[in-house]
Design a protein around this ligand. Sequence first.
Ligand SMILES: Cc1cc2nc3c(=O)[nH]c(=O)nc-3n(C[C@H](O)[C@H](O)[C@H](O)COP(=O)(O)O)c2cc1C
Length: 128
Amino acid sequence: MKTAVIYATRSGTAEKCSEKLSEMLAGESAIINIKKVSSPDLSGYDAVIVGSSIRIGKVQKEISEFVQKNLETLKEKRLGVFLCMGAGEENFSEYLSRNFPKEFLDKCKAKGFFGGDSISRDWDSFQR
Ligand SMILES: Cc1cc2nc3c(=O)[nH]c(=O)nc-3n(C[C@H](O)[C@H](O)[C@H](O)COP(=O)(O)O)c2cc1C
């Protein structure tokens, strides 16, 4: 099984999570920063995990564009998704459904709520 972990980050959390995740995966994996490689070749991968942080309720635009553009190809793969976010887990499914097509989410075998860094905790309390 060959897996691509495709992520977008603003300040590094989603990158760190991608690295940890990739270490945990069985088989071969590649970590791809979508801001550096905007159209990755998915043909060699059996599985794709898409990850992003949330800013003002949204995933990074490069990640949503990537999913929109490659939806049909992605649907042929084993899929996973994760979010880095400051808000609590009770907001996780809402953020997912606001940011990704239902067709994509329905096919995801794993959905990871990975929390956020310390900035995110400040952000969370700032909002209350
Ligand atoms: C300007 C800004 C806006 C943010 N907006 C949200 C938000 O709307 N909801 C949320 O859950 N977390 C929010 N966060 C927290 C981030 O998702 C969190 O810090 C995350 O770890 C950042 O990941 P990154 O370093 O991969 O970009 C925000 C953080 C910043 C700095």
